[in-house]
Design a protein around this ligand. Structure first.
Ligand code: ZN
Length: 145
């Protein structure tokens, strides 16, 4: 898979590590280690489209840790927890123009979880690349509002 026609993209300049998503049965449980590390109070938000509650910790370099607690048994995160238990659920790359990146990936036949950008946490627009396309890792692509 190669995104074409943009020399900057090939150098990774248009991509930043935004956050690492960690699935947990409860935010209280997931927060324990970050409280022990004195990372402060995370922003907590419900994301109805993914049926999760998220707690975001921002690190010094701007990357974040996102704890994900399912709010419904149908939630993809609930299914992940029942299959694999708590742990790293996805990594998220921040892109400048999600629509453009999606168009390029879809044109290349890459499986995404949606054909359109979807609303994510904190007003971001997101999509996910299927793990079968990304070495077994669920890859979120996110554009800030
Ligand atoms: Zn995420």
């Amino acid at each position: 898979m190669m995104i074409k026609d943009n020399p900057l993209t090939k150098q990774g300049i248009d991509f930043e590590l935004d956050h690492i998503g960690i699935a947990t049965p409860s935010l209280d449980e997931g927060k324990r280690i970050y409280e022990a590390l004195s990372l402060g109070d995370p922003e907590v938000e419900e994301v109805p489209t993914e049926k999760v509650r998220v707690a975001m910790y921002e690190l010094a370099n701007g990357a974040r840790i996102e704890l994900l607690e399912p709010t419904h048994p149908d939630s993809p995160v609930a299914k992940f927890l029942s299959r694999r238990g708590p742990g790293i659920h996805h990594i998220c790359l921040r892109v400048k123009d999600l629509r453009k990146v999606m168009d390029e990936l879809l044109a290349g036949g890459v499986r995404l979880t949606s054909q359109e950008p979807k609303p994510g946490a904190h007003g971001c627009w997101v999509t996910f690349v299927h793990p079968s396309e990304a070495g077994g890792v669920l890859l979120e692509l996110s554009q800030r509002p």
